[in-house]
Design a protein around this ligand. Structure first.
Ligand code: GDP
Ligand code: IMO
Ligand code: MG
Length: 435
């Protein structure tokens, strides 16, 4: 399950929903930059690193190798869940995941300031610097934390290197090796019971024919390779990232489900052709409570962009879609959908990979009538206002991909199951028929 836009599509809710039939749920990339919200009854859970399947006591939840782990925040998240009565006995952390160190967060924040108008608008959680060190082969893995002597030795090599950056480039006080060692070795002891060879655990689940759900964080347009670079995150949220991040072969994945909002949002900087800086944009933000789960920043809001939707279908090989937050559009007189872009000299229907060109694209819209009635109580397609069904039908045709789930509210039960998202179509009520 992957995000088909710029993140915050409602992946937490959909993972929670799909986890009913999952034996194992795997987070394969990203770190605590993610904020996945799950609402069950009166309770709201905000998860950053722990897979949203954790609310099911028998589901094994894996934080896989492709993630970056901030031990302090992860331990807080574990404690928080335990306090709410959610057991973490089935939580597992890959020993090969990389660790966010104190200097990563400091450098992330300082570098954003240094960039000035070129800043990315990161979550300031040290994600980029952690992945950069992974690529640079100077990172610490969870494994390293478990071996105190080697860990200290490596710190004595790395911390002075980072201190040069902190002091000379960013004008910040240096870090002390002893302090970092003490702090992180204490985290290590608390995390030790959760540490495993994640690829092996997943392989055993494959061999015993268990259902495995790979939960993407962020979204397709935030992908390091395929997103709106440089305004992206530093990992691969796309479906292909699940194989690398979890340590499995592509042959084990049966289906890919894309999650998209019925409109579009984005946090942080970077081009966003359908952005609405007007009253309607504010209305979507208010009705959709569009504030970042992780940073509390207001999300930029705009119309649904089908060009991006088609791109997400292509890059992820989406079999079906889950469309969320349809209810947020309930009060609108009319609703626009971007079907193509007017680039300076021509009209394009496919996402341009040139970021400069993308930044200059003007959306070409089709306008559909609003339904102007509440949808939050609807549990079947038939209960939806006909114009809301038409809207969904339009999206499915634009993306040439069937819609399997429609979400009309944050709660688990506020969901319309159009077709089985896991096993594929039986009815094919919404969406294209291969034309
Ligand atoms: P994620 O990062 O993709 O998991 O999404 P977030 O949790 O960051 O943001 C989605 C927000 O929308 C959360 O507050 C959800 O509780 C909420 N949400 C999810 N689905 C729906 C829906 O269908 N309708 C409404 N109104 N809210 C929803
Ligand atoms: P979920 O999983 C929305 C954005 C940041 C910034 C860019 C880079 O909740 O969908 P980073 O801190 O990753 O280096 O920031 O990516 N970003 C997200 N936007 N949802 C997220 O996660 C995001 N994670 C990162 O706002 O623009
Ligand atoms: Mg989120």
């Amino acid at each position: 399950m992957v995000g088909a836009q710029w993140g915050d599509e409602g992946k937490g809710k959909i993972t929670d929903l799909l986890s009913v039939s999952a034996d194992v749920v795997v987070r394969y990339q990203g770190g605590i930059n993610a904020g996945h919200t799950v609402c069950v009854g009166e309770q709201t859970f905000k998860l950053h690193l722990i897979p949203s399947g954790i609310l099911y006591p028998e589901t094994r939840c894996v934080i896989a190798s492709g993630t970056v782990v901030d031990p302090k925040v992860l331990l807080e998240e574990i404690r928080h869940l335990e306090q709410l009565g959610i057991s973490t006995k089935n939580l597992f952390i890959a020993e090969t995941a990389h660790v966010t160190m104190p200097y990563h967060r400091l450098i992330d924040i300082a570098e954003e300031q240094r960039r000035g108008k070129n800043r990315i608008g990161t979550t300031g959680r040290g994600i980029g610097p952690t992945y950069a060190d992974k690529s640079d082969r100077t990172g610490f893995r969870v494994l390293d934390l478990m071996q105190p002597e080697g860990f200290r030795e490596k710190l004595e090599w790395i911390v002075p290197l980072k201190n040069v950056l902190l002091e000379r480039l960013y004008n910040l006080p240096p870090l002390a090796v002893d302090q970092v060692a003490e702090q992180y070795l204490a985290y290590a002891e608390q995390l030790r019971p959760y540490i495993i060879d994640a690829s092996l655990l997943i392989d055993q689940a494959v061999r015993t024919h268990r259902n495995i759900l790979f939960e993407g964080a962020q979204g397709t347009l935030l992908d390091l390779d395929h997103g709106t670079y440089p305004y992206v995150t530093s990992s691969n949220p796309v479906a292909g990232g699940a194989c690398v991040g979890a340590g499995v072969g592509p042959t084990i994945i049966d289906r890919v489900i894309g999650v998209a909002k019925a409109y579009t949002t984005r946090v942080g900087a970077g081009p966003f052709p359908t952005e609405l800086r007007d009253e309607i944009g504010r209305h979507l933000g208010e009705r959709g409570a569009e504030f970042g789960t992780t940073t509390g920043r207001p999300r930029r809001c705009g119309w649904f962009d089908a060009v991006i939707g088609r791109y997400a279908v292509r890059i992820n090989g989406l079999d079906c879609l889950a469309i969320t937050k349809l209810d947020v559009l309930d009060e609108l007189e009319s609703i626009k959908v971007c079907v193509a872009y007017h680039c300076p000299s021509k009209t394009v229907e496919e996402f341009p990979s040139d970021a400069n060109l993308f930044g200059r694209c003007e959306p070409l819209y089709e306008t559909l009538p609003g339904w102007k009635e509440p949808t939050g109580h609807c549990r079947t397609l038939e209960e939806l206002p006909p114009k809301a069904r038409d809207y969904l039908e339009f999206l499915a045709h634009q993306m040439k991909t069937p819609i399997a789930l429609v979400s009309v509210g944050a709660n688990r039960e506020q969901t319309i199951i159009v077709e089985d998202p896991i096993h594929g179509p039986k009815r094919g009520l919404l969406g294209h028929n291969g034309d």
